[in-house]
Design a protein around this ligand. Structure first.
Ligand SMILES: O=P(O)(O)O[C@H]1O[C@H](CO)[C@@H](O)[C@H]1O
Ligand SMILES: [Mn+2]
Ligand SMILES: [Mn+2]
Length: 392
């Protein structure tokens, strides 16, 4: 019975979104700009159609890649959901475009409504908050982390995404206490249509030594309709959610939740799941480092090396495939490390689908990421959903 493995390379855009101007992102191109600034070597991704997909997206083959795929189906994903954020991208990939507008916090300072912060302080008993602005997570910890340790006040910040993030020291503030605080914040922000509250624990004693840990936790609102994960679970299938996948879907539709820190550990867990998973299973992994450690940090060599490390492991994944396994590689949005600021960028995404049982060829530009979910649904023998069309 066919199985499917879906790998999300978080933020790995390939430029060319027709609505990029609406986001101030005209010309943003995560892969294109990395390739222009770094001598990229991605032979396995290129063989699966990455260079060809990039050419279809922007008209140009990125430096170091080719437009000669050597197996699999390849094409371009275009997002219909308005948010260029992780939940919007992931939900749409799993067949459910986001039909509503998320709530966002303004660029002005303080960014959070005074009422919201007053209630958070009252309900949680914290002495106050620091931050209260748009910020990059690592920068704001370097700026305010020492004061946070000294005063016991957590650092609350946001971005252009629909998020309320709380950074606090793992031991001085306490990890469990941070999670509880996030739960309270989640209850208070849900009526504002805020997609996620994210706990951002860090360690270290000085600005120079602060480091965020793998104990990040996302408290997310649930998708508005059943996703591919729910549909697979409902049909009695195993659904493996690796990395932050379970958090992104608020645990809905997940039968096996597996956490790991770092892309290589995430790759290991994916291979292990492929060994364990039953016939008909659906395995989904989010490779978060691309986005969290390199895209938001505007680190071009870091992003490039993470891509090369991922590429180098693809032969292991291909060798582990059973004859009727399908693998799909794609991304949820862009995060061009050469771009201004530290936020995501509106871009199209690569879609690379391969299986020993699949004939190669182009799938063109898909009008919605939902086509990915529908293709996997068809592969797994699930009933069609309400959105998207299978390219298989
Ligand atoms: O700068 P850091 O804390 O990594 O935050 C990033 O992570 C958030 C969630 O993915 C995004 O909204 C972005 O702001
Ligand atoms: Mn993302
Ligand atoms: Mn991000």
């Amino acid at each position: 019975m066919p199985r499917a493995i879906l790998c999300i390379l978080d933020s790995f855009g390939i430029g060319g979104a027709p609505d990029a101007a609406d986001y101030g992102d005209t010309g943003a191109d995560t892969l294109g700009h990395i390739a222009a600034n770094y001598q990229l070597s991605l032979p396995n991704l290129d063989a699966l159609g990455l260079g060809a997909a990039a050419k279809l997206s922007t008209g140009e083959v990125p430096r170091g890649l080719t437009d000669q795929p050597r197996g699999g189906r390849w094409g371009v994903g275009r997002e219909v959901s308005k948010g260029k954020d992780t939940p919007s991208g992931h939900w749409e990939i799993a067949g459910v475009p986001v039909p509503f507008d998320w709530g966002y916090f303004p660029l002005s300072e303080p960014t959070f409504p005074p009422d919201l912060i007053a209630q958070l302080i009252e309900k949680s008993g914290i002495p106050g908050i620091l931050g209260n602005k748009h910020a990059s997570g690592t920068t704001v910890i370097a700026e305010l982390g020492e004061e946070s340790i000294r005063t016991g006040k957590p650092i609350c910040y946001t971005s252009i995404d629909s998020v309320f993030q709380i950074a606090a020291h793992e031991t001085h503030f306490g990890l469990e206490r941070l999670y509880t605080l996030c739960e309270t914040a989640f209850e208070l922000t849900a009526p504002l249509n805020i997609g996620r509250v994210i706990a951002r624990p860090f360690v270290g004693e000085t600005a120079a030594t602060f480091k965020r840990t793998g104990n990040r936790r996302d408290f997310a609102i649930a998708p508005p309709e059943p996703t591919l994960l729910d549909r697979a679970k409902e049909a009695g299938r195993q659904v493996y959610a690796i990395g932050k996948i379970s958090d992104i879907y608020a645990g809905h539709g997940v039968t096996h939740k597996i956490k790991a820190t770092g892309n290589m550990a995430l790759f290991d867990r994916t291979l292990e799941a492929m060994e364990m998973a039953a016939d008909g299973a659906f395995i989904m992994t989010n490779f978060v480092d691309f986005d969290q450690d390199f895209g938001h940090r505007r680190d071009i060599p870091g992003y490039a090396q993470a891509l090369e490390a991922f590429d180098a492991r693809l032969p292991e994944l291909i060798a582990a495939l059973r004859p009727d396994d399908l693998v799909v590689l794609t991304a949820d949005h862009g995060n061009d490390p050469s771009w201004r600021g530290s936020d995501h960028t509106r871009e199209q995404t690569p879609i690379m689908a391969f299986s020993p049982a699949l004939t190669p060829g182009s799938i063109g530009i898909r009008p919605s990421f939902a086509d990915i979910g529908e293709s996997i649904a068809r592969w797994l023998g699930l009933a069609p959903g309400r959105h998207g069309k299978s390219f298989l």
